[in-house]
Design a protein around this ligand. Structure first.
Ligand code: FES
Length: 143
């Protein structure tokens, strides 16, 4: 049976859109898949993870905890200090996608640097930061 022109265009455009969608999402998904994810227990308002959680050149470790509304990204800087950010977009409170180069919101396209600063609007506020310290090889994040 011969396909009419309208059906051909509809089928072809759907295929093109899915290929373009996959190629746009690909870098974000690749960045996300390489990050270490930990589920530390919350003790007296503190989440603790070992410094050794950061392997090789990894700059970001993700923390999940059932008491948290959003995941937390712990970021290692060049001078071996650590900062922690809530992975909540400051535009409309969507969960962010973390990579080793920054944080991205798929809802309206905001992005944030590894220092929690807005790189791209519509978000206008920086990410919420948690006080983070290091004691004897343990990173402590105060909620
Ligand atoms: S909710 Fe993140 S950019 Fe709008």
């Amino acid at each position: 049976m011969q396909e009419n022109r309208r059906e051909f265009i509809k089928r072809s455009c759907g295929l093109c859109a899915s290929v373009v969608g996959i190629s746009i999402l690909s870098p974000a998904l690749q960045g996300c898949s390489t990050l270490t994810r930990l589920q530390p227990v919350l003790v007296k308002g503190v989440l603790s993870i070992p410094v050794s959680s950061f392997i090789e050149k990894q700059q970001v470790v993700i923390i999940e905890n059932s008491t948290l509304d959003y995941e937390i990204a712990v970021v290692k800087s060049m001078n071996n200090t650590y900062r922690s950010f809530e992975l909540r977009c400051t535009h409309q409170e969507t969960s962010l996608i973390a990579t080793n180069s920054g944080f991205h919101c798929n809802l309206h396209g905001s992005s944030f640097s590894l220092t929690g600063k807005v790189n791209n609007p519509p978000a206008s506020s920086n990410l919420k930061e948690y006080k983070t310290t290091v004691n004897s090889g343990i990173i402590e994040i105060m909620l």
